[in-house]
Design a protein around this ligand. Sequence first.
Ligand code: GLU
Length: 313
Amino acid sequence: MQGAGRFAPTPSGRMHLGNLFAALLAWLSARSQGLRFILRIEDLDVVASKSSYIPVIEDDLRWLGIDWDEGGLEGGPHAPYLQHERFDRYQQAFDLLQGRGLLYPCFCSRAELHAASAPHASDGQVVYAGTCRSLTAAQIAEKSRVKRPAWRLAVPDRTISFTDRRCGPYQEDLAAECGDFIVRRSDGLFAYQLAVVVDDAQMGVTEVVRGGDLIGSTPRQIYLQELLGCPHPAYAHIPMLIAPDGRRLAKRNKGSDAAVLRERFSAEEVVGWMAHAAGLRPNPTPLSPAQLVEGFSWNLVRGGDIVVGDAFL
Ligand code: GLU
């Protein structure tokens, strides 16, 4: 099969309705185009992730009616599929960027970052003021003695644009709206932005479907793809599921926890609810994911956040 879609959960807890919603739409889009479907485990943050959640995630996906061709604990041609086993790949990309003089060490503390930040925050992140961009070699050597730096990618004054399959045209001015961003944290862990670009490219991912909260990361990822010579996948950012108070569904919403959902509803009821909420069906009639493949189109998927009812809070 040509190309692949993927679902990339972080195993920091049991999935909730929002995760299942993202998995369903990613799977539907891939299957409707005849793409391979990959399950990648984003346990980059080894402290927040627990390997015991991986089989639980797999079991919840299978319960819902979602399968995958490669990835997860089953492996496949692009193994490993667990990010914590892929650090050597991220290191290679990091070395490539560093070798081209595109990275610089940043010693700023959290407090300094906030004090020096520009007011704009495209996705809740502050725009880095560039404080450490022009440190001399002597200054770097001195600061390194007392602190381990994070590493930032120096971004040019350039606008990155792309057309999202669901949201339409989107653009961001890298320098003004994003700023030099971190590709490796001061604790040595590689940043999500770098890892996701390396993984999507090496796994042959041609379509990325994920929560709308990540659309602001996409210009950074597209820029990294350019620098690393990776192809650009297509993107579809999906509506966020929110509580009536406007907050995103999260672990505190016990009714949306996969364990609770499985006690209260059948998989077909949950899929029916999601299909209706997404705009794929006029009413929440129970059905399987497979029944939604034919006729799936991003044109049908609604825009805007989806407010969930009390049953899922
Ligand atoms: N690991 C991210 C999450 O669990 C998804 C990242 C992505 O799909 O690019 O929300």
